[in-house]
Design a protein around this ligand. Sequence first.
Ligand code: NAP
Length: 505
Amino acid sequence: MKHLRKEFYKLWKKRTFTLMKEPEYEQIIIGAGFAGICMAIKLKQAGMSNFIILERNCNLGGTWWDNAYPGAACDVESHLYSYSFKPNAVWSRQFSPQGEILDYLERCAAKYEVEKHLHLNCEVSQTIFDEAAAVWVVNTTTGKAFSARMIILCTGGLSQPALPDIKGLENFKGEMFHTARWDKSFDLAGKTVAVIGTGASAIQIVPAIAPVVKQLYLFQRTPPWIIAKDDKLISNFRKTLYKYLPFTRALHRWRLYWLHELMAIGFVVNVDVMKLFGKIALRYLKKSVKDETLRKKLTPNYIIGCKRILLSNDYYPALQRDNVAVVTESIETINETGVLTNQQQYPVDAIILATGFKAAEGVIPFTVKGKNSEDLNEAWRNGAEAYLGTSVSGFPNLFLVVGPNTGLGHSSMILMIEAQVHYIMECIQFMKKRNIKSAEVTKATQANFNTDLQKQLAKTVWQSGGCHSWYQNKNGKNVTLWPGFTFTFMRRTKRFEPGKYELVE
Ligand code: NAP
């Protein structure tokens, strides 16, 4: 007996055996951003509440919790960048700021009583599929382990900061942080600051901090394409109208939806259409920047849309302030006192890394082991692939929201999130009805889907526009974006297709 207990303890430590026939939970959702909260709400609406959400942060919100830098706001209109089932008549602006979006998400979670399912400060370290029991075991860095029939990864495509591959980063003696890890305790007032990167984050931060810093050096490697942002306060009259006559708000959302869908024509159907956007952007640059040398520095040399098109009214004006300089010299190294380029040293008090996210490589920030102990990140080493960005062959009962090739260059991600969540719900309902223990997309389904997807992608501006972007992995394969209209994706995710899955009862 003593011997058996010893053996059991040894195995328990190794967790190499099937401990339980039935898991603790039906679903474990990992991540509490827009995707995770949407998944939780839909489960609750379907009367299913045997699930938990694991969130590494001390608050829900995902990207809208992480990205709390000065000037953070959405670049998609709020009436489209919100759940279709939880409209918000009182958005303050066309493009709402970060705090208001976070507040909206918190209100959604509260309304549907999602909070009681939340385990905050609970970072997942690994998840392992126990094939015999068809159960996922999820280990966390807190030491707690959970088990569920199904795991739904809602960890987001833009949640892991990418640090630049610049020599000497660790030698800098001043303050240095990534835009998604903003140090609110550090006062930038009166400081000399370097901002590295000129993407969507930088163009919001630079105008917000330029008036308070002493000197700002903006290190630009590639100029972004910028278009004026049609941002304004939404009048009280319109808010009242939206509140008391909801069809007016729905009409507004409908109009926004179709305006954005039209843009997809240029991105994915006929790249020549992008020339029109290019002309608009160049005219805006010419109107905004009078100095020819600066204008030349800010003029992109690739087709508009190849990298994300940025919207801003205050970026170009900020760059023309006396205390702001755009540096296009290439960075050689970072040393104790600042940034050394191939031409000179820039001594600074702080360095802000606006260098983006690991979106195309090693996307899942923990170990995921599926059938035969196959590692998901390893399976994706040549480029992440899934079926409809949602199911992965070799990983039964695992679903992704905002998985591979579900990102958008032209519209609101919430549309894609809702479509994927709908698909997963269809699958869950199907499995429940038929008493199915595990569902795994077939290899052939996934392979055929991705062959077609890459054929479509080859025609898009992201692949033919003459740039390298975070949409692509190191081999240039686009593993992040959906090459089509959102309504096409919605149609494809409308019904769960059991014939494309291996089902085990
Ligand atoms: P990003 O668009 O990937 O921009 C990163 C910037 O850092 C680029 O300018 C890049 O230059 C530069 N960079 C990277 N490594 C460098 C190096 N070693 N030396 C010099 N420069 C370097 O990242 P992001 O601005 O954080 O935006 C990422 C995405 O997040 C956006 O595209 C968007 O989807 C989302 N976002 C959305 C909002 C919103 O309003 N909703 C706001 C912020 C972010 P290269 O171009 O030359 O590579």
